[in-house]
Design a protein around this ligand. Structure first.
Ligand code: SF4
Length: 280
């Protein structure tokens, strides 16, 4: 098969060979919030080829502003990547389909996930996160550079609360809510194995709490506040518990200023791995 990642004439059309792309031309496309809800609810598996949740997420067109942005970034490109094709589509969750630990970020970066097609891959935040996951024994390699690079997550899955790259890294409230059923269904499909969720930043925390409430977890009142090191144990009424851990987002703003250090993220991921058990 030709290496389409290196063919600058090719964009990430479903079924044309982009590594890890499970969408096909027949994959249903959501064009509205209602269709996101319907297609997410009808998804019965995470990662299979054709009609899985991951496939449907990766072709979604429900948010006009984000579709326009992600595709215009993919056409114009950054000079450093001018000879590469961009993914230019929603960036689905990636990792273990039976994960015990889930990591929730904000949204893909315009020249990171929106370029490579893998979440937290191809930008500085991702370099930081994958290095930390590797130090914690949760990723096979210390780097994640492009789909098909041999990286594997070990008992872990990484998702974004909003699956399309937004202008200025700021999705609107409406876009967050439109995208929520994809996140909700992903968590529901992981439910039998999932033990711990690490949330990177306040946006993901706020996006996740209503999802967990809808999934049956009792959310304390007042609502738990995001903070680095925040830790909340939730119960779903059937005896199942889920631990929620807060971690500052590994944005350059946080890592350059020292607000988030390597030892701080290592502490959170180490605790998450211990609580999740059986990962790494
Ligand atoms: S942000 Fe979510 S709901 Fe909106 S177009 Fe992207 S994948 Fe679809």
């Amino acid at each position: 098969m030709p290496d389409l990642r290196r063919d600058a004439r090719v964009i990430a059309t479903p079924g044309t060979g982009w590594p890890d792309d499970v969408a096909r031309p027949s994959t249903p496309v959501a064009a509205s919030a209602e269709e996101v809800r319907r297609l997410a609810a009808a998804s019965s598996d995470l990662d299979s080829v054709g009609a899985s949740l991951t496939a449907k997420v990766s072709v979604c067109r429900a948010c006009p502003r984000l579709v326009e942005w992600r595709e215009s970034v993919a056409r114009v490109k950054r000079r450093a990547f001018a000879d590469e094709p961009y993914w230019g589509r929603p960036v689905p969750g990636w990792g273990d389909p039976a994960a015990r630990l889930l990591i929730v970020g904000l949204a893909p970066a315009a020249h990171g996930g929106n370029r490579t097609g893998r979440i937290f891959t191809g930008d500085r935040s991702g370099d930081w996160l994958f290095a930390a996951l590797h130090r914690a024994g949760l990723a096979a390699l210390p780097t994640s550079t492009h789909a098909g690079d041999g990286q594997r997550l070990l008992g872990v899955r990484v998702v974004a609360a909003v699956r399309c790259a937004p202008p200025a890294n700021k999705p609107t409230t409406e876009e967050r809510d439109t995208c929520r059923p994809w996140l909700a269904r992903e968590i529901s499909l992981l439910d039998t194995t999932l033990r711990v969720v690490v949330v990177l930043g306040a946006f993901g925390w706020q996006a996740l709490l209503p999802v967990l409430a809808d999934a049956g977890y009792a959310i304390p009142r007042p609502s738990p506040r995001f903070g680095h090191g925040a830790s909340v144990e939730l119960e779903d009424g059937s005896g199942k518990t889920l631990r929620l851990l807060g971690c500052y987002h590994p944005s350059q703003q946080n890592t350059f200023t020292g607000k988030l250090t390597e030892s701080m993220i290592d502490d959170v991921l180490g605790l998450a791995a211990r609580l999740a058990g059986g990962v790494g």
